[in-house]
Design a protein around this ligand. Structure first.
Ligand code: NAD
Length: 430
């Protein structure tokens, strides 16, 4: 591999390990494959596997338990500037793994939130080699090839995607680009570079108009009701193909509405807390009885990391709380934890919305040892407290009304993703 400075990747300015490539290239790859600090802790909880009565048997969903990998890992986290990716990256770094982030920093929602997520990680983990941050589109062939050649990640946690149901109806092409093309491209690289485990974010949206109320991975999900859902289902199908053709280990994680501190401003938990806090009207779609399985961020991170540690051949897992909360109850809790009364405007149901989503998480419990621990009440309390601290002190000023599903349509990826560029130092800190 040509590692002359002219071949150097664009990288985040504060990433000293990459910055050093120009003058100390000889053994940078080898060095970076070694742990730079002792691994502090593992998520592996062996007691999860103590009930071993059916250890050898095939379990629901066709899979069998695999022994967790407990050693050091260098993990590529795509979408690592985003909500879930940055939290996963933080957890991995905290326990002693090294992390490579790639994110194009698109403006689906305010980019300052993503910059702030990255600067938080940089501040916490300034050590050379521990955290590398690349800005670029995962569909950019040359850029991603160079990234894999330099970093050689053996574990991939693919969180990058265009998210959001309604914006996908308005602009389906960016979803096809980032989600389907991007995931396919990553799996090609994972196959070529011998990646040990490819864990990626699917979505509960794939359950679409299903008439069941307790979604199981066994259900046939051939009727996605939005381009977003279709793109995630397409990723699951393509992932199976990569497993079949190249024996790539794949776990597809169907997340059920994730929320918490640093959450996405286009999603109901953030928007409701924000608007109720500011005394602004909130929109209630339907009669308030529609129910969602809301999952707190630390539970999702736990599920993602458990999946990374356990390379299954090909599995799809629901990751949710495992019980639903009605919109009405949700609004009541927001009022309780913000201490403000909500001004509610009742709106008709939205096209593409699913009336009830609740995860059957028994497969994730059985194969991953996953169990959501944070009650919705506690999650909203924590999120409202974080909101008060971060937003009332004007640390970051976000206008949720202008985010993607406030009808501020995210601009097309084709216009945004020119080429990899240097991440500018954040102007605002968290
Ligand atoms: P997010 O938007 O905060 O993070 C996604 C990140 O991916 C963003 O920072 C974005 O800039 C980046 N990205 C998008 N396209 C890219 C591309 N082509 N190249 C490089 N980077 C790109 O979203 P999130 O809530 O953190 O979601 C993470 C994953 O989980 C996504 O795949 C999403 O579809 C999935 N998911 C999330 C939820 C949820 O409730 N948050 C629910 C179901 C599924």
């Amino acid at each position: 591999m040509d590692k002359t400075p002219s071949n150097k990747l664009h990288h985040a300015v504060s990433m000293s390990a990459l910055a050093s490539q120009g003058n100390n290239d000889d053994n940078s790859v080898e060095e970076k494959n070694c742990p730079s600090i002792a691994r502090t802790e593992s998520t592996v909880c062996f007691t999860d596997f103590s009930d071993s009565s059916d250890d050898e048997s095939e379990t629901k969903g066709g899979g069998a338990k695999v022994q967790p990998h407990i050693g050091y890992k260098k993990v590529l986290v795509t979408g690592g500037a985003g909500f879930i990716g940055s939290n996963v990256a933080e957890y991995l770094l905290e326990r002693g793994d090294d992390v490579v982030i790639v994110d194009e920093m698109n403006d689906y929602y305010d980019v300052r939130i993503k910059e702030s997520n990255l600067s938080l990680l940089r501040e916490k983990y300034p050590e050379k080699h521990r955290l590398q941050i690349y800005r670029g589109d995962i569909c950019d062939t040359e850029f991603m090839m160079k990234l894999f050649e330099i970093e050689r990640p053996e574990w991939v946690c693919h969180m990058a995607a265009r998210a959001g149901v309604r914006p996908s109806i308005q602009d389906p092409y960016v979803y096809i680009h980032s989600n389907i093309k991007g995931t396919t491209h990553l799996m090609e690289l994972c196959h070529k570079f011998g990646v040990k485990n490819f864990v990626f974010a699917s979505s509960s949206s794939v359950y679409g108009g299903s008439e069941s109320t307790f979604f199981s991975e066994d259900e046939v999900v051939d009727c996605p009701v939005s381009p977003y859902a279709a793109s995630k289902k397409a990723c699951e199908l393509l992932a199976y193909t990569y497993h079949h053709l190249y024996q790539l280990n794949v776990s597809a994680l169907r997340f059920f509405t994730v929320f918490g501190p640093r959450g996405r401003p286009d999603m109901a938990p953030f928007k409701f807390i924000d608007r109720v806090s500011r005394g602004l009207e909130i929109q209630q779609f339907g009669d308030g009885s529609s129910s969602r399985d809301y999952t707190y961020i630390t539970d999702i991170v736990d599920g993602v990391v458990r999946a990374i540690d356990r390379p299954h051949k090909y599995e799809v897992f629901n990751l949710g709380k495992g019980s639903g909360t009605s919109l009405k109850e949700f609004i009541d809790l927001v009022q309780k934890h913000t201490g403000k009364e909500a001004k509610i405007k009742v709106m008709p149901d939205q096209p593409g919305d699913v009336p009830y989503t609740c995860a059957d998480v028994s497969k994730a419990k059985k194969l991953l040892g996953y169990e959501a621990k944070v009650p919705f009440d506690e999650g909203i309390r924590n999120t409202a407290a974080w909101y008060k601290e971060a937003y009332n002190t004007n640390t970051i000023e976000i206008c949720p009304e202008l985010q993607a599903n406030g009808l501020g349509r995210a601009p097309s990826m084709v216009e945004i993703a020119t080429s990899a560029a240097v991440v500018q130092p954040p102007t605002i800190s968290a």
